[in-house]
Design a protein around this ligand. Structure first.
Ligand SMILES: [Zn+2]
Length: 308
């Protein structure tokens, strides 16, 4: 597609989504993989990229050096860049800015260390995805980081749709490893339902808070379950009327430039906006395994001896 027709399509999608006729969605993948510590890393990475290519979807990856290492894992990120997916920064050490053990200066160092390595990728975008979506537990850290980003030409890369793919991945991987293929397939099915459920929840919350459906940004991770489930995830979302857009286009939605002054800061931007607007009934943390574990337990899908 030419850039002009892409821009035209984006305009139509903004119109359709503001009129409630279509929802748009972009996919972002956090962390990255490390072949030196994860035997499946190369295969999972390659599968995710080939699924995206087959579905003609442009995505964005946010590597953390704590997850990729500084060797072969970065070669896998280069594969994302070569395929045209944007590369952002998810820090060097993957520490939470909401931790009282992490100062603003510590966190800035993590971001700079990530920048030093990641800014060399050809599809680099100076955008920061906060680890755990935690944007600070104090005004000083939250506003300090915002000031640092402004001064250094950075933008935050929040998500609108948060989910627990990392937890479904743990359970899926345990079954796959033990050869319980039937259970793994059932977890994959439950995972797809989970993503649909979270997308529809956050879209509904957005309509309540913003009065419209924004260009959504979904949080996923570079992991085994996405390597396995992505084609079905994409197909099911398309069947339900979701249109995929590139994260770069989605981040142009003005919602991602809204200052939201909650504390602790972070979570999904839609969740935080709802909290700032005083909506009741919001759970905290917004997404976590504690909500998903009982569902999988009730379907007898937790691995033997799994405490989590
Ligand atoms: Zn992460």
């Amino acid at each position: 597609m030419t850039s002009l027709s892409r821009a035209f399509l984006a305009l139509i999608l903004v119109f359709l989504s503001s009129s409630g006729l279509a929802q748009s969605l972009s996919l972002t993948f956090d962390d990255g993989l490390n072949p030196d510590t994860q035997p499946g890393a190369r295969e999972w990475n390659q599968r995710i990229l080939s699924h995206l290519q087959q579905a003609d979807i442009s995505a964005m990856v946010f590597p953390s050096l704590a997850r990729t290492g500084t060797g072969a894992g970065l070669d896998l990120i280069m594969d994302w860049a070569r395929a045209g997916h944007a590369v952002g920064n998810h820090t060097s050490r993957h520490r939470s800015l909401a931790s009282d053990q992490v100062t603003l200066a510590d966190f800035v160092r993590d971001v700079k260390e990530g920048d030093t390595v990641l800014s060399h990728f050809p599809t680099w975008e100076p955008m920061l995805r906060f680890p755990y979506l935690k944007e600070g537990d104090t005004t000083e850290k939250r506003d300090g980081m915002r000031a640092w980003m402004r001064a250094n030409g950075y933008r935050a890369a929040p998500v609108s749709i948060d989910a627990s793919d990392w937890y479904y991945n743990q359970i899926y991987s345990a079954h796959a490893k033990s050869g319980a293929q039937e259970k793994a397939a059932q977890v994959k099915k439950a995972y797809i339902e989970h993503l649909l459920d979270r997308a529809s929840y956050y879209d509904g919350l957005a309509k309540q808070v913003l009065g419209r459906s924004p260009m959504h940004v979904m949080l996923l991770h570079t992991n085994e379950i996405n390597a396995a489930a992505l084609p079905q995830v994409i197909a099911v979302f398309r069947e339900r009327g979701w249109h995929f857009v590139a994260p770069k286009a989605a981040f142009d939605d003005p919602v991602y430039s809204l200052p939201v002054n909650t504390l602790p800061a972070g979570e999904s931007l839609i969740w935080a906006s709802a909290k700032a607007a005083g909506l009741s009934g919001l759970r905290y943390p917004a997404e976590d395994y504690v909500y998903e574990e009982p569902k999988l337990r009730s379907q007898s899908l937790l691995p033997q001896g799994s405490s989590r």
